[in-house]
Design a protein around this ligand. Sequence first.
Ligand code: AMP
Length: 119
Amino acid sequence: MSHDPHCIFCKIVAGQIPSRKVYEDEDIFAFHDIAPWAPVHFLLIPKLHIPSMAQLAPEHERLMGKMMVLAPKLALEQGCKPYPEGGFRVLANTGLEGGQEVHHLHVHVMGGPRPWLKG
Ligand code: AMP
């Protein structure tokens, strides 16, 4: 399924639920987390509905590589200071025991001055 009409993040990609957009291209959407843990906290998601990292297959290598290469660029644009003094955290909760609440693959990118609310 490339799009799940019941998925909150598919609805964000489609513009049916508002979000504070950070980035968009043909494959990827990024938006600020609604409940940030850190001064910078946004989510990077594929537009394709992939429930979690557990469903990744070889055909997703290019897409996931693109997301990982985008993360540092967007982190800096959003106000994270450069490595090594600054930096950021990348997190992909996967499954219930992995702490995943929204079942559309997403990568949290968090950064900015500490302390953070969590983590
Ligand atoms: P996870 O626990 O990894 O599934 O995280 C899901 C994240 O999505 C949480 O950090 C939520 O705050 C965030 N979230 C849920 N709904 C929205 C929304 N409508 N807009 C932005 N972020 C959201």
